[in-house]
Design a protein. Structure first.
Length: 171
């Protein structure tokens, strides 16, 4: 199988389901009674950095990103991706913050981390922090605030929208 074969893009990432007790975020916050979750991106870049192989991409996402950059899909795949045990991932660059996504720019806007392909970013990026692994239970959501300062702040995302985002990408 070649690196450009769609089967080489396998999304073998673990499928994690919400924990016991159902959708805790639909029962209302104990302090406020709000149903749903608050989130507002602070452009800290923490979700764009982490261990190697963290930003999984599908063949369709590679095609969109290649078109955005004016590259053939094969050239994009060769230049900007690699295979991991979980599927094809965008390449990273080592920074003081960890393994940053190759498209993360921490210099353009002082104090902010800007996605260089924001409009065409992968589904994994679009759905953060509404991943099943983060929504497993209230404790996991609360722990995730240590990584993501936007969790629990900003706009209230209704339960129905949390479900849509959660069910779009499994990680």
């Amino acid at each position: 199988m070649s690196d450009h074969d769609p089967a080489a893009f396998g999304r073998g990432n673990p499928r994690e389901e919400p924990g016991e007790g159902g959708e805790w975020f639909s029962h209302g916050d104990p302090a406020t009674g709000e149903r749903g979750l608050r989130f507002s991106c602070t452009m800290c870049g923490n979700c764009c950095s982490g261990p190697e192989g963290y930003v999984l991409v599908s063949p369709e996402e590679c095609a969109s990103l290649a078109a955005r950059l004016g590259l053939a899909v094969g050239e994009f795949v060769d230049r900007y991706t690699h295979m991991t045990a979980h599927g094809r991932s965008l390449n990273e660059k080592i920074t003081p913050s960890g393994h940053d996504c190759v498209f993360l720019d921490r210099e353009r806007v002082p104090g902010k981390a800007v996605c260089g392909v924001y409009e065409d970013r992968p589904v994994q990026c679009r759905t953060w922090p509404f991943w099943p692994s983060v929504l497993r239970d209230r404790q996991t959501w609360e722990r995730s605030k240590r990584i993501c300062p936007g969790i629990g702040k900003g706009t209230l995302i209704p339960v129905s929208e949390v479900r849509v985002r959660r069910d779009t990408f499994r990680i």
